[in-house]
Design a protein around this ligand. Structure first.
Ligand code: G4P
Length: 530
């Protein structure tokens, strides 16, 4: 591999910030962009969270979708590092979007509100990161407000998130008594002087027994010494490899709103966070420093202008260099495609690029060729692993409400499913179409978008359905018996794979007991049993 490319790879850091809504993800993102000089003023990054009140406010949803294209990927330069922050929707109805975005990052920063502690959405997201062994860094936010006692909060993080942690900074007081943080990694003291302060370099303290500490902290110095001694006794020393292997999560403290503790974390982050990682494919593992280009689609965004039904496919470059106007092999469609205006994402600006390196995201104009999980290569047959669909939680029959426009409806549903808005199942015998989603909001989004973008109308009929489960078995006889007896409860997913439609936890349990040789799966990522 060419030296320049390998240098470009090494300086890239691609990550996502995840949190429960309101913990401070947007504020933190904005502050990181400020440090990178990507934006000049606070307030430039609009929160793309769809507020609870927006359930029936469609203009609001459209507006939010517009913002989320602009802020989907924010790339910027910071001290010779190229940083890519991938945005994730905060609203839990869009959790699946977030899960897919996590497949395109190399690490995550989890934001926790010091007063609220670990909240449900954070638990779910961290669980997915743990499954994938994604390196995690924790930022405890809002230290300018009163919150949970530090050791208790850390216990809560360890227990609820099932994470081993080690603090790399330590707060002194909180709320009105917040004095600042001591950076354990760099051995720096950072003093908090309230809002509106400029960021200053830390004051270096190799030896905390130095009486000079008193001149900065007064009586609080003794307290800091004691607490840090406890920290050293309780938590393991930080080892970069443990973090990179996803075994230990370093914790930082600060206040995003006051730009406090943010630069400090960023400085450590760029040093320790992983450089672009390779990705597993069904065929083999692809390393970032391979000469040939490989990338995969993790997100598709429809154009909001109904007159131009093109979309942007977001491709994570895994290996090699993506080049403009070059033929690439679309593995699923077995054809060559060329892109004349690939887009790079630098902060909020989109611009056409000629070359894109591993770790970066490139936006490709798409007229309906892509779906999530598709791979592009220079000719090799490679199928990316690990972009799962999960069993949806809510289901409805989807019915055509305008018989004259059946074709438009079918096309619209097909494209929305490719975008990953929801999942479609078709009853094997009945042929009835079932839409499954993670949140209630999607049903309304689908209806609205079908009407506005595809000029088609649908209505929903209720269905009693608890879960869909993909299934396999080596026991062919049992599989046949199951298919026969449960015929009315078997549907096909969009890839034509069979799923069992369990109408209640009880019926699922009965099926599992009666058909002991059949394995049921709740995510689509499973190895087929031959
Ligand atoms: P999110 O993206 O995770 O949902 O959170 P966001 O950054 O939008 O922050 C949620 C609220 O918390 C915002 O207030 C924000 O100003 C506040 N916040 C973020 N960081 C801190 C911090 O360090 N200290 C304090 N005290 N507050 C913080 P809001 O009133 O809900 O929104 P806004 O009207 O100010 O935008």
């Amino acid at each position: 591999m060419n030296q320049n490319v390998s240098k470009e790879i090494k300086r890239r850091r691609t990550f996502a910030i995840v949190s429960h809504p309101d913990a401070g993800k947007t504020t933190l993102t904005e502050k990181l962009l400020l440090f990178g000089g990507a934006i000049q003023v606070a307030g430039a990054v609009k929160s793309n969270k769809i507020k609870k009140t927006a359930t029936s406010d469609w203009m609001e949803i459209e507006r939010q979708r517009g913002i989320s294209v602009a802020t989907s990927v924010m790339g910027f330069e910071y001290e010779n590092f190229k940083i890519n922050i991938l945005d994730t929707p905060g609203h839990q109805d869009f959790a699946e979007d977030t899960f897919r975005t996590l497949t395109a990052v190399d690490s995550v920063i989890v934001v926790i509100d010091v007063a609220k502690g670990v909240e449900p959405q954070t638990e779910k997201l961290v669980q997915v990161c743990r499954m994938r062994k994604t390196p995690i860094m924790v930022f405890v936010n809002k230290l300018d407000r009163p919150g949970k006692e530090t050791f208790e909060l850390l216990d809560e993080i360890e227990q609820k998130l099932d994470l081993k942690i080690t603090p790399l900074s330590w707060p002194m007081g909180m709320g009105n008594d917040f004095k600042g943080v001591y950076n354990i990694y760099y051995k720096n003291l950072h003093l908090f002087r309230g809002s509106g302060q400029t960021v200053e370099e830390g004051i270096h303290f190799d030896d905390l027994s130095d009486p000079e500490l008193e001149t900065y902290l007064g009586d609080a110095a003794g307290n800091l010494r004691e607490e840090l001694e406890l920290v050293h006794g309780v938590y393991p020393d930080f080892k970069k490899d443990d973090y990179l292997n996803g075994e230990i999560a370093p914790v930082f403290f600060g206040s995003a709103l006051n730009t406090f503790g943010v630069k400090e974390m960023l400085d450590v982050f760029v040093q320790i966070a992983p450089t672009p990682l390779g990705r597993g494919c069904d065929e083999r593992f692809v390393e970032p420093d391979e000469d040939n280009f490989m990338g995969f689609v993790f997100k598709i965004h429809a154009n909001m202008d109904p007159n131009h039904r093109d979309r942007i496919a977001f491709v994570r470059v895994v290996s090699g260099v993506f080049k403009r106007n070059t033929n690439y092999y679309h593995v699923r469609q077995n054809r060559q495609l060329k892109f004349s205006s690939p887009t790079a994402f630098m902060a909020q600006k989109k611009s056409i690029v000629d070359e894109v390196y591993p770790g970066d995201i490139v936006g490709l104009h798409d007229t309906g060729n892509f779906k999530i999980g598709d791979t592009l290569t220079e000719g090799e047959m490679l199928n990316i692993k690990g972009i799962p669909s999960f069993s949806p939680e809510l289901f409805r029959y989807v019915v055509n409400a305008d018989p004259m426009r059946a074709k438009q409806l079918a096309k619209g549903i097909d494209q929305l499913m490719d975008e990953g808005v929801a999942q479609l199942f078709t009853g094997k015998h009945s042929g009835r179409k079932i839409i499954g989603t993670v949140g209630a909001l999607q049903f309304e989004v689908i209806q609205y978008r079908l009407e506005h973008e595809y000029n088609a109308k649908c209505r929903y009929d209720p269905i009693t359905l608890y879960k869909t489960a993909w299934f396999t078995s080596k026991n062919k006889a049992q599989l046949e018996d199951f298919r026969l007896r449960k015929a009315s409860q078997i549907a096909l997913d969009k890839e034509g794979r069979e799923v069992f439609l369990a109408d209640s936890p009880f019926s699922l349990q009965m099926a599992q007991e009666k058909y002991a040789d059949i394995r049921f799966y709740f995510t689509s990522e499973f190895e087929e049993e031959k």
